[in-house]
Design a protein. Structure first.
Length: 80
């Protein structure tokens, strides 16, 4: 059961990384295609990427902590 949860967290971790990379690339390509649209905004065009990076870092951090705790528990169960 814990091994399955560990694997699910691993998949979720890589999904979070992929979503961040995909949305960041979309914003960059959208800025290249339509710079005038981003010039109208009061914030810099890359502010969306910064916000996404902070949120992704929080999610990835939680997933890594969860994986670490499960891995420790699996090792403890394996020993005894």
């Amino acid at each position: 059961m814990l091994k399955r949860l560990y694997d699910i967290l691993s998949v979720a971790l890589w999904c979070a990384v992929g979503v961040f990379a995909g949305t960041s690339l979309y914003v960059v390509f959208d800025y290249i295609a339509r710079p005038d649209l981003y010039a109208m905004a009061s914030a810099p065009w890359y502010s969306v990427i910064i916000v996404n990076a902070l949120l992704s870092a929080a999610v990835i951090g939680l997933l890594l902590i969860g994986r670490l705790l499960i891995k420790r528990r699996l090792k403890r169960e394996k020993r005894g």
